[in-house]
Design a protein around this ligand. Sequence first.
Ligand code: ME8
Length: 535
Amino acid sequence: MAALAEHPRTGAYYVTTPIYYVNDRPHLGHAYTTVAGDVLTRWHRQRGEDVWYLTGTDEHGQKILRTAEAHGVTPQEWCDKLVEEAWKPLWEHLRIANDDFIRTTEARHTARVQEFVQDLHDKGEIYRGSYTGLYCVGCEEYKLPGELLPGATEDEKLCPIHKRPVEWLEEENWFFRLSSYRPKLLEFYAANPDFIQPAAARNEVLRFVEQDLKDLSISRSTFDWGVPLPWDDKHVLYVWVDALQNYITAAGYGADPERFARLWPASVHLVGKDILRFHAVIWPAMLMAAGLPLPRRVVANGWLMVGGEKMSKSNLTGIAPTDLTAHFGVDAYRYYFLRAIPYGTDGSFSWEDFTARYTSELANDFGNLASRVAAMIGKYHGGVLPAATAHGPAEQAVADALARAAAEADRRIGEELDFAGGLAAVFEFVKAVNGYLTEQQPWKTAKTDTDEARARLATVLYTAAEALRATAVLLNPVMPGAAAKLWDSLGAEPALGALADQRLADVADWGRLPAGAAVTKGDILFPRLEEKNAS
Ligand code: ME8
C-alpha cells in the first residue's frame, strides 16, 4: 500500500468508519473495520496530532424498514433499541475511542442533508426522470444485469453478495447528474494516485468509471422511511445519498463552520471493499457538485470470510465478537485480526490460528518476557529498577533494534495502514529482547558476587525493562489494556506520566525509564488459555 502523503497540518487527522446498518447486531466484519480505525486513531493521537474518530449507524432505507416491520415495531424504535443495546455497548467493550457517534435519524444530520441536496437541486445537479432497473435491498444498491448470478427460474437473478433475488424497480424519481462527473473523476484519480488504496481497489474503481457512469437515482416514493426531499415531500432520499453525508454533517457542515474547516476534508475513510464505489465514485462526485473538498484517502479493507463466503449477518456460523473476547480477551481480539490478515486482503478466521498466535506471540513472546523481567527485578533488586552502569555493545544493539522497530511501525501503521507489518516489526523487537536475555543469562550472572557481575546484572535488567517501556508505548494503540498493565508494572507513570501521553517521537529515545522506578509483578498479561477456560 502506498504511503499517505503529508497532511496539511492546519487540519485535524480525521478518520471515519462506514456507518453500519442497524438491521441486526454487529458482527466480526463490522468490528474489523472499527478496530482498524481505532488503532489508526490511537496511533496518530500518540503522535500528538489533533485526531478525530467518527463512527455511527445508518438507519434509513428499505432494509431497516422491512426488518422493523417484521418485528412489529417502528423503524425508529428498532434503531433506538439496536443502537443502545448492541452497537454502542460493543464498541465500548472493544475499547473503541471514537469522538462522536452519528445516527442518520438525528436532526443534526437530517437537517443538513436536506440543505445539501437542496443546494445541488438549486445548482441544477438534480433532475426528474424515471428509473427502471434491478435493486438489491440487502446492499441497498442498484445492480447491473452483468453483475448478477442466475436464480432458480429464468427470470430470477441473485445478488452475488447476498445470494437473494434482486427486485425490479420502476419509478419516477429524482436523479443526480453523476455521469457528467466522469471526466472530472478520472482527472482527479490521475492527479491523486493514492486516493484509493490498496492498488487493487483503485484499479477496480478506475475500470468501473472508465467503462461508463450512469446518472444516479437518488429518491424513492414507494416508502417513506428516509429524509424527505425538501422540494418534493412525496419522495425520500435514497439511503446511500443520505448516509454518505454523515462524514460532513458530524464534522459540522452547515452548523459549525470553524469546526468543519478544521476537520474537513477527512484524512481517511475506512470502508469494506463492498462499498468502495459509493465512497470513491458517488461521494466525490457529490462533493464536487457541492463545491466541497474531497476526502484525502479511501482505504478498502478485504472481507473476513467464513467457508469461502463473505462473513455476513446470515452466515456467521454463530461467532459473535463477544464469544471471542470472552475466550481470548479484548486486547488479543484487537491484535489478532490486524496481525493475521494483511489489511486490504480477504482473510479467514480460525480458532486454531487465533489460539496459536495467542499462545506463541502474546502469551509466550510478549507476556512471559514482561513477567520474567518484573520477577527478576523483584528477586535480584527488591523491585527497584537498577541503573545500567555497564551499557555495552549488546545493550546498544537492543537500543538500535528499538529505533528500527519504532520507525518501521510508525511508517507502516501510521502512514501505510499496514497493521500486520507494523505489528510484525514490534514483535521482531520483542523477540530480539528475548534473545538478548537468553544470551546474557542474568539468572547465571546473579550467582556471581563480584562488582563486575553486579554491574552486568543491573545493566541487563535495566535494558530489558527499558525495552518493555518502549514496547508498552508501541502496543498501546493496539492493546491498551495490556499496555497499561505493563506500564503500571514498570512503575513508569510517576516519572514519565500517563501512557496515553507518551509520544511516538520519543519512544526510541533510549534511557527514558529512570533507575529507581518501582517495578512490580502485576497481573499476567495474557493468561494461558486453559487456565482461562477453567475459571
Ligand atoms: O454498507 N469483512 O453498512 P453495513 C470485513 N450502511 N468487513 C466487513 C464484513 C466482512 N465480512 N462485513 C461487513 C453499509 N464489514 C452502509 C455503509 S457508509 C456511508 C454506509 C464492514 O452494515 C465493512 O467495513 O453493511 C463494510 O464496508 C461495512 O462493514 C458494511 O456495513
